[in-house]
Write a protein that binds this ligand. Structure first.
Ligand code: DC
Length: 218
Protein backbone atom coordinates (compact mmCIF):
# COMPACT_ATOMS: atom_id res chain seq x y z
CA UNK A 1 0.00 0.00 0.00
CA UNK A 2 1.45 3.40 -0.94
CA UNK A 3 1.51 6.18 1.59
CA UNK A 4 2.02 9.93 1.42
CA UNK A 5 5.63 10.92 2.04
CA UNK A 6 5.96 13.74 4.57
CA UNK A 7 8.97 15.98 5.16
CA UNK A 8 8.54 18.23 8.21
CA UNK A 9 10.66 21.36 8.44
CA UNK A 10 10.55 23.45 11.59
CA UNK A 11 12.59 26.39 12.77
CA UNK A 12 12.53 30.02 13.86
CA UNK A 13 11.65 33.07 11.77
CA UNK A 14 13.97 33.95 8.85
CA UNK A 15 16.09 30.78 9.11
CA UNK A 16 15.56 30.07 5.41
CA UNK A 17 13.13 27.17 5.91
CA UNK A 18 10.48 28.52 3.50
CA UNK A 19 12.81 28.69 0.51
CA UNK A 20 14.30 25.35 1.47
CA UNK A 21 10.88 23.69 1.79
CA UNK A 22 9.73 25.03 -1.59
CA UNK A 23 12.87 23.79 -3.35
CA UNK A 24 12.79 20.40 -1.62
CA UNK A 25 9.14 19.91 -2.58
CA UNK A 26 9.89 20.67 -6.24
CA UNK A 27 12.93 18.38 -6.15
CA UNK A 28 11.01 15.48 -4.57
CA UNK A 29 7.81 15.97 -6.60
CA UNK A 30 5.78 16.70 -3.47
CA UNK A 31 3.33 19.48 -2.63
CA UNK A 32 4.43 22.33 -0.35
CA UNK A 33 2.60 23.97 2.55
CA UNK A 34 4.00 27.01 4.33
CA UNK A 35 1.96 26.56 7.52
CA UNK A 36 2.92 30.04 8.74
CA UNK A 37 0.71 31.41 5.98
CA UNK A 38 -2.43 29.96 7.53
CA UNK A 39 -1.58 31.61 10.86
CA UNK A 40 -0.83 34.84 8.98
CA UNK A 41 -4.10 34.59 7.02
CA UNK A 42 -6.02 34.05 10.27
CA UNK A 43 -4.33 37.10 11.81
CA UNK A 44 -5.00 39.20 8.69
CA UNK A 45 -8.67 38.19 8.67
CA UNK A 46 -8.96 39.09 12.36
CA UNK A 47 -7.20 42.46 12.01
CA UNK A 48 -9.19 43.44 8.91
CA UNK A 49 -12.43 43.02 10.86
CA UNK A 50 -11.07 45.23 13.66
CA UNK A 51 -10.35 42.25 15.94
CA UNK A 52 -7.65 42.13 18.61
CA UNK A 53 -4.99 39.34 18.47
CA UNK A 54 -5.35 38.87 22.24
CA UNK A 55 -9.08 38.11 21.88
CA UNK A 56 -9.16 34.29 21.85
CA UNK A 57 -12.82 33.95 20.89
CA UNK A 58 -12.50 36.29 17.90
CA UNK A 59 -9.21 34.65 16.82
CA UNK A 60 -10.76 31.16 16.94
CA UNK A 61 -13.73 32.43 14.90
CA UNK A 62 -11.32 33.85 12.31
CA UNK A 63 -9.45 30.51 12.13
CA UNK A 64 -12.66 28.50 11.69
CA UNK A 65 -13.90 30.88 8.97
CA UNK A 66 -10.64 30.94 6.98
CA UNK A 67 -11.14 30.95 3.19
CA UNK A 68 -8.95 30.62 0.10
CA UNK A 69 -9.32 34.41 -0.35
CA UNK A 70 -7.76 34.95 3.09
CA UNK A 71 -4.76 32.87 2.01
CA UNK A 72 -4.40 35.10 -1.08
CA UNK A 73 -4.38 38.42 0.83
CA UNK A 74 -1.51 40.55 -0.51
CA UNK A 75 -0.20 41.77 2.86
CA UNK A 76 0.43 38.42 4.54
CA UNK A 77 4.21 38.85 4.58
CA UNK A 78 4.07 42.21 6.42
CA UNK A 79 5.93 42.42 9.74
CA UNK A 80 2.72 43.55 11.50
CA UNK A 81 0.85 40.47 10.29
CA UNK A 82 3.76 38.22 11.34
CA UNK A 83 3.66 39.67 14.86
CA UNK A 84 -0.11 39.22 15.13
CA UNK A 85 0.19 35.68 13.72
CA UNK A 86 2.69 34.81 16.44
CA UNK A 87 0.21 36.13 19.07
CA UNK A 88 -2.84 34.21 17.85
CA UNK A 89 -0.65 31.11 17.33
CA UNK A 90 -0.19 30.91 21.11
CA UNK A 91 -3.93 30.20 21.55
CA UNK A 92 -4.91 26.51 21.74
CA UNK A 93 -8.37 26.94 20.06
CA UNK A 94 -6.71 28.63 17.08
CA UNK A 95 -4.16 25.82 16.74
CA UNK A 96 -6.91 23.19 17.07
CA UNK A 97 -8.95 24.91 14.36
CA UNK A 98 -6.01 24.83 11.92
CA UNK A 99 -4.77 21.31 12.69
CA UNK A 100 -7.17 19.26 10.56
CA UNK A 101 -6.39 21.27 7.42
CA UNK A 102 -2.64 20.70 7.86
CA UNK A 103 -3.03 16.97 8.55
CA UNK A 104 -5.32 16.51 5.55
CA UNK A 105 -2.78 18.32 3.36
CA UNK A 106 -0.01 16.02 4.62
CA UNK A 107 -2.05 12.85 4.05
CA UNK A 108 -2.84 13.49 0.40
CA UNK A 109 -0.61 11.48 -1.96
CA UNK A 110 2.10 11.73 -3.11
CA UNK A 111 2.84 13.68 0.07
CA UNK A 112 4.15 17.06 1.12
CA UNK A 113 6.93 19.18 2.48
CA UNK A 114 5.44 21.27 5.28
CA UNK A 115 7.32 24.03 7.09
CA UNK A 116 6.40 25.73 10.34
CA UNK A 117 7.05 25.59 14.06
CA UNK A 118 5.35 22.40 15.27
CA UNK A 119 5.15 20.18 12.18
CA UNK A 120 7.56 17.49 13.40
CA UNK A 121 6.37 17.68 17.01
CA UNK A 122 2.56 18.05 16.79
CA UNK A 123 1.09 18.18 13.26
CA UNK A 124 3.02 15.25 11.73
CA UNK A 125 4.88 13.45 14.53
CA UNK A 126 5.24 10.42 12.21
CA UNK A 127 6.79 12.40 9.33
CA UNK A 128 9.24 10.35 7.22
CA UNK A 129 11.94 13.02 7.54
CA UNK A 130 12.23 15.89 10.02
CA UNK A 131 14.56 18.84 9.69
CA UNK A 132 15.12 21.63 12.20
CA UNK A 133 16.44 24.62 10.27
CA UNK A 134 17.97 27.46 12.22
CA UNK A 135 20.61 30.21 12.08
CA UNK A 136 22.04 32.78 14.51
CA UNK A 137 19.89 35.79 15.40
CA UNK A 138 22.33 38.20 13.73
CA UNK A 139 22.34 36.25 10.45
CA UNK A 140 18.55 35.96 10.39
CA UNK A 141 18.06 39.66 11.12
CA UNK A 142 20.58 40.64 8.44
CA UNK A 143 18.86 38.42 5.86
CA UNK A 144 15.44 39.89 6.69
CA UNK A 145 16.93 43.43 6.53
CA UNK A 146 18.49 42.78 3.12
CA UNK A 147 15.28 41.23 1.83
CA UNK A 148 13.26 44.32 2.83
CA UNK A 149 15.85 46.71 1.36
CA UNK A 150 15.93 44.75 -1.92
CA UNK A 151 12.13 45.18 -2.09
CA UNK A 152 12.66 48.94 -1.80
CA UNK A 153 11.27 49.13 1.74
CA UNK A 154 12.87 51.15 4.51
CA UNK A 155 14.25 48.98 7.28
CA UNK A 156 16.20 49.35 10.50
CA UNK A 157 18.49 46.47 11.48
CA UNK A 158 18.15 47.04 15.25
CA UNK A 159 14.35 47.09 15.06
CA UNK A 160 14.33 43.90 12.98
CA UNK A 161 16.72 42.17 15.40
CA UNK A 162 14.50 43.09 18.35
CA UNK A 163 11.33 42.03 16.55
CA UNK A 164 12.80 38.63 15.59
CA UNK A 165 14.13 38.04 19.13
CA UNK A 166 10.69 38.85 20.55
CA UNK A 167 8.99 36.50 18.09
CA UNK A 168 11.52 33.70 18.89
CA UNK A 169 10.76 34.16 22.57
CA UNK A 170 6.99 34.06 22.05
CA UNK A 171 7.10 31.04 19.69
CA UNK A 172 9.48 29.04 21.92
CA UNK A 173 8.02 29.88 25.32
CA UNK A 174 4.31 29.50 24.63
CA UNK A 175 2.54 26.72 26.53
CA UNK A 176 0.93 25.10 23.47
CA UNK A 177 3.01 23.50 20.71
CA UNK A 178 6.13 25.61 21.39
CA UNK A 179 8.84 25.74 18.75
CA UNK A 180 11.45 23.11 19.56
CA UNK A 181 13.56 20.58 17.72
CA UNK A 182 11.82 17.18 17.66
CA UNK A 183 13.95 14.42 19.20
CA UNK A 184 14.24 12.70 15.81
CA UNK A 185 14.80 15.87 13.72
CA UNK A 186 18.14 16.57 12.02
CA UNK A 187 19.59 20.01 12.71
CA UNK A 188 20.51 22.21 9.73
CA UNK A 189 22.28 25.41 10.82
CA UNK A 190 22.23 27.80 7.86
CA UNK A 191 24.29 30.56 9.57
CA UNK A 192 27.24 29.84 7.26
CA UNK A 193 25.26 28.46 4.31
CA UNK A 194 23.71 30.26 1.36
CA UNK A 195 20.39 29.02 -0.06
CA UNK A 196 22.07 26.62 -2.53
CA UNK A 197 24.36 25.09 0.09
CA UNK A 198 21.44 24.70 2.54
CA UNK A 199 19.40 22.99 -0.18
CA UNK A 200 22.25 20.57 -1.03
CA UNK A 201 22.72 19.71 2.63
CA UNK A 202 18.97 19.14 3.10
CA UNK A 203 18.76 16.87 0.02
CA UNK A 204 21.68 14.83 1.37
CA UNK A 205 19.93 14.40 4.75
CA UNK A 206 16.55 13.54 3.18
CA UNK A 207 18.08 10.89 0.88
CA UNK A 208 20.03 9.37 3.77
CA UNK A 209 16.97 9.26 6.05
CA UNK A 210 14.73 7.77 3.36
CA UNK A 211 17.33 5.09 2.54
CA UNK A 212 17.69 4.24 6.23
CA UNK A 213 13.90 3.95 6.60
CA UNK A 214 13.65 1.77 3.48
CA UNK A 215 16.27 -0.60 4.92
CA UNK A 216 14.54 -0.94 8.30
CA UNK A 217 11.15 -1.61 6.68
CA UNK A 218 12.39 -4.50 4.47
O1 DC B 1 6.73 31.13 9.57
P1 DC B 1 6.02 32.49 9.71
O2 DC B 1 6.93 33.60 10.17
O3 DC B 1 5.27 32.85 8.48
O4 DC B 1 4.92 32.26 10.86
C1 DC B 1 4.18 33.31 11.42
C2 DC B 1 3.79 32.93 12.84
O5 DC B 1 2.87 31.84 12.81
C3 DC B 1 4.96 32.47 13.71
O6 DC B 1 5.54 33.53 14.41
C4 DC B 1 4.33 31.47 14.64
C5 DC B 1 3.12 30.96 13.91
N1 DC B 1 3.27 29.59 13.42
C6 DC B 1 3.05 28.58 14.33
O7 DC B 1 2.81 28.84 15.50
N2 DC B 1 3.09 27.28 13.92
C7 DC B 1 3.37 26.96 12.66
N3 DC B 1 3.40 25.67 12.29
C8 DC B 1 3.65 27.99 11.72
C9 DC B 1 3.61 29.31 12.14
Amino acid sequence: MSKALVVAIDGPVAAGKGTLARRLAAHLGLRHLDSGMIYRATAARLLSSGGNPEDGVAAEKAALALTAEDLARPNLRDQEIGGAASRIAALQPVRDALLAFQRAFAAEEPGAVIDGRDIGTVVCPDADVKLYVTAGLEERATRRFEELVSRGETANLDDITNEIAERDRRDMERAVAPLRQADDAVLVDTSELDADAAFEKAVEIVVKQLNARAKTSI
